[in-house]
Design a protein around this ligand. Structure first.
Ligand SMILES: [Zn+2]
Length: 151
């Protein structure tokens, strides 16, 4: 690692710690030439996920888009934002575990719904009504019925 002060490329690690909630390693390094210290972070680089849209087209997975969708479904519900973040992390981890790095919008929706079902029924119904695009009122009521039975 090039020293940011003198550009020498020789250093020794003086401290190694877990960081960013165990998703990164933080290292304090000391330049062997000028003796100054600097910090580096090491984390896993993940392959990009591609989303298969309803029309068969592909687009890069956009985490912000999913976050917006889930947050919208949870507006004005007593759900702590930490819990929402944890939910989104779990969904994203599952997306990264899919083979081939491609996942359909339907699969993403189902992963989120499974999580929301355990979190808040209102958020679940709101999200479901967008993602599943009910064909008619009966389909929507069936979904509500299924949900109420499982409570
Ligand atoms: Zn240096």
């Amino acid at each position: 690692m090039l020293c940011p002060f003198c550009s020498c490329d020789d250093d020794k690690v003086v401290e190694t710690r877990s960081a960013r909630n165990h998703t990164a390693i933080r290292r304090r390094r000391e330049c062997t030439a000028c003796g100054r210290r600097f910090t580096t972070y090491e984390s896993v680089e993940r392959d990009p996920i591609r989303v298969i849209k309803r029309d068969g087209g592909r687009e890069p997975y956009d985490p912000q888009k999913l976050r917006r969708g889930v947050r919208t479904a949870c507006v004005k519900l007593p759900i702590p934002s930490l819990e929402l973040d944890a939910l989104l992390d779990r969904v994203e981890n599952q997306l990264h575990n899919t083979l081939g790095g491609e996942v359909s919008t339907e699969e993403i929706g189902n992963l989120v719904l499974r999580e929301l079902a355990g979190l808040d029924p209102v958020a679940y119904i709101r999200f479901a009504s967008v993602y599943r695009r009910y064909r008619d009122l009966h389909e929507f009521l069936d979904e509500v019925g299924t949900l109420l039975k499982s409570q």
